[in-house]
Design a protein around this ligand. Structure first.
Ligand SMILES: [Zn+2]
Length: 125
């Protein structure tokens, strides 16, 4: 099995096992703090879902990548969000190579969004 095929197989298996919860349990957060946050790759075919053009205001260049509007690593370590939640389409936006970081939400927007999530999914983690 090629390295890429192996990575795909492992990430598929992991994705199936990982909970669809929004917030991490304290014990899960502890593991990520200790061992680091595992890398996850955006699924192939993201352009079909997110579009072919950069969504940063007024840009419109061909999209090269999918940007996280809530940064992946910070989402896990600072905001207690699960990797599964952070990989949902609603957290991704099509980006050219220049605007990946510009598509990130501000900290205040992220906090507002998380407050709303906590109200809607409840205080359970
Ligand atoms: Zn752009």
């Amino acid at each position: 099995m090629s390295r890429i095929a192996w990575d795909v197989a492992v990430s598929k298996r992991t994705a199936d096992r990982w909970p669809r919860r929004v917030f991490l349990k304290a014990s899960e957060l502890k593991v990520f703090e200790t061992w680091g946050v595992p890398v996850r790759y955006v699924r192939k075919g993201w352009r079909t879902k997110l579009g072919n053009r950069c969504t940063f205001r007024g840009c419109g260049k061909p999209a090269d990548e999918a940007a996280h509007v809530i940064p992946y690593q910070d989402g896990v370590l600072l905001y207690d969000l699960t990797p599964s939640y952070l990989m949902r389409w609603e957290n991704l936006a099509a980006s050219c190579s220049d605007h990946n970081e510009d598509l990130r939400w501000s900290e205040s927007r992220i906090r507002k969004h998380i407050d709303k999530l906590r109200r809607t999914v409840g205080s359970r983690r």
